[in-house]
Design a protein around this ligand. Structure first.
Ligand code: SAM
Length: 237
């Protein structure tokens, strides 16, 4: 039976994580657009919620590589530091969720920080970045992993305009570089096409991304209210 988004989403939705249904649909479309032979890389897989979507959408002959140290740090909202035990539990849940979905043979996992895994992967057709959220590592993923994306390829980034580190990393890369045409956004998931933009297109491209900055400002206020326990709303992602 051919897997469809509607088949896999109920399974993926059982895995813990911060990928909404709308974001998963966008990832499905981006991953299914990769021609065989090709390569999809996910940086930051946690418990394989979004990875189940990527692996199910990928055509036969498309390699799906998941990079995550499962080290217990930078796991999700308000979880910057953690323990090795938490990381090991994430690893166990990662494999259990892939096994339940019958997808263990469909992916390869590199248990490492993305910044140390460069030489383990060649060129990429679709890059999904959802790893470390601080400015330095997020920018490093955008620049150094982004440089591996083939012409005609694409890149999606989670926690855009919700995480301060990721948003500042975008403002110093995709806003200004001319290498990435902004295509769309579903909440904090933004996606881009690999491009070589002319100067005027670069200005338009930056302005189109900047239209999300008021939403970013709203998210900062929301987060402050949640962190100070004034609000019990869900963390914005
Ligand atoms: C927000 S979670 C990813 C969620 C996942 N994409 C999903 O939607 O199911 C962030 C993950 O990034 C991983 N991570 C933290 N630092 C990393 C790094 N330097 N390189 C790669 N992954 C990292 C964490 O271990 C964690 O599992």
């Amino acid at each position: 039976m051919t897997t469809t988004f509607d088949n896999i989403w109920p399974l993926a939705d059982k895995a813990e994580g911060w990928c909404s249904e709308g974001q998963a649909r966008a990832l499905w479309h981006l991953a299914s657009a990769v021609n065989s032979p090709g390569t999809i890389v996910e940086i930051g897989s946690y418990r394989a919620r979004s990875l189940q979507i990527l692996a199910s959408a990928a055509a036969q002959g498309v390699d799906v590589v998941a990079i995550d140290p499962h080290g217990g740090n930078d796991r999700g909202p308000q979880q910057w530091t953690g323990t090795a035990e938490e990381g090991n539990e994430d690893s166990e849940r990662f494999w259990a969720n892939l096994t339940a979905a019958g997808l263990t043979d469909r992916i390869s996992h590199i248990r490492s920080r993305s910044q140390a895994a460069h030489d383990d992967v060649g060129n990429v057709d679709f890059l999904y970045i959802d790893g470390a959220h601080g400015f330095g590592p997020a920018r490093d993923d955008l620049v150094r992993w982004g440089a591996k994306v083939n012409d005609g390829g694409s890149m999606a980034v989670h926690d855009c305009f919700s995480s301060v580190g990721v948003t500042l990393a975008l403002m110093t890369t995709t806003f200004v570089s001319g290498r990435w045409r902004f295509v769309g956004r579903e909440r904090s998931l933004a996606w881009f096409e690999r491009a070589d933009l002319a100067p005027r297109q670069r200005v338009t491209n930056a302005l189109r991304q900047a239209t999300s900055l008021p939403w970013f400002a709203t998210n900062l206020v929301r987060k402050a209210l949640i962190a100070t326990r004034i609000s019990k709303a869900d963390w914005p992602y």
